[in-house]
Design a protein around this ligand. Structure first.
Ligand code: 13P
Ligand code: SF4
Length: 308
């Protein structure tokens, strides 16, 4: 039954000349049928550069919005139209306008996990894989960073000469990982390296041997000689970790699941290809302003290689 549905999706995708993109946290069967699977930065580049005019973006709202902003002429559909990102929802454009008044000299940097209204007010967007390279190229001393206080504090550690003003947003999925979870996992699997995402809080990050984006974690585990790893990020990453490393073992410190990333199903991907799911439609003026921040992300992060 699932196989027939997968076959029908692939057939319809060909007929419609569509491309299917999937984030590394998406369910296994979605990653399996996708043309490209990767981290936020990589997928945004594929969405911008692909020749297909119909993009089925298996991810959450800010990803679909960013794809549409980068390619306004293309049709972008998020199969799980109600898949949001609670962290992105923690930063409101009206509140940001007020904050900007207090920091007129600050360079405004937003994590790509933000609404397009917020991006429209910012100088540059960053992803976890591109943030350090981008901030390196920012001349301003003062940086207003939003919405993720965890990624923000992680970046700030690399730039002691800059002053970071951090919005107090966070990812509920990563914030739930506790130091106790990591300590327990380490006790169960002694001498096993811990690889974590910068969306984890500082105490958890301090227990990690490597911090990086989803693609960074996959590359580290693939290139490292060790055969076992503790992974402190969303469990969907296991699909690609196993695919690339069939002989290695990966342990998670408790269930780490983003409910929004799990809203995509084969059924709604099929519906999206049938034109039964509404395409991403954005306000043109706001999109044009948000495009500047996304274009700056690609310009300043050009040297970064990520994805698969
Ligand atoms: P990356 O894949 O860019 O590391 O981002 C993780 C994430 O939380 C996406 O929502
Ligand atoms: Fe948002 Fe966290 Fe889910 Fe990523 S994992 S989409 S940051 S809630």
């Amino acid at each position: 039954m699932r196989d027939i549905l997968k076959e029908n999706i692939l057939k319809l995708k060909k007929e419609k000349n569509a491309i299917i993109l999937a984030h590394l946290y998406e369910p296994d069967e979605i990653q399996e049928i996708a043309d490209y699977v990767g981290d936020s930065y990589y997928l945004s580049k594929i969405a911008r550069d692909c020749k297909e005019e119909l993009i089925i973006f298996c991810g959450v709202k800010f990803m679909g919005e960013s794809a549409k902003i980068l390619s306004p002429q293309k049709t972008v559909i998020l199969p799980a139209a109600n898949a949001g990102c609670p962290m992105a929802d923690m930063a409101d454009a009206e509140d940001l306008k007020e904050m900007i008044k207090d920091y007129p000299d600050a360079f405004k940097v937003c994590y790509i996990n933000s609404s397009y209204e917020v991006k429209a007010l910012c100088d540059v967007s960053v992803t976890s894989s591109s943030a350090l390279d981008i901030i390196k190229n920012v001349p301003n001393k003062q940086i207003l960073f939003l919405p993720d206080r965890n990624l923000g504090s992680y970046i700030a550690e690399f730039f002691p000469d800059k002053e970071f003003i951090l919005w107090q947003g966070f990812c509920p999925t990563h914030e739930r990982i506790s130091t106790e979870d990591i300590i327990n996992a380490k006790a169960k699997h002694p001498n096993v390296k811990v690889l974590g995402h910068p969306e984890c809080n500082k105490d958890v990050r301090d227990l990690c041997d490597y911090i990086g984006s989803t693609s960074g974690i996959i590359n580290f585990a693939t290139n490292c000689e060790d055969n076992e790893f503790i992974i402190a990020t969303e469990e969907g990453i296991l699909y690609e970790l196993n695919k690339r490393n069939p002989n290695k073992k990966f342990y998670f410190p408790g269930p780490i699941i983003c409910p929004n990333m799990k809203k995509t199903s084969l059924e709604n991907v099929y519906d999206a290809l049938c034109g039964k799911v509404e395409e991403v439609i954005l306000d043109e003026d706001i999109s044009k302003k948000a495009l500047v921040s996304l274009e700056n992300m690609h310009k300043l992060g050009e040297m970064v290689v990520c994805g698969n």
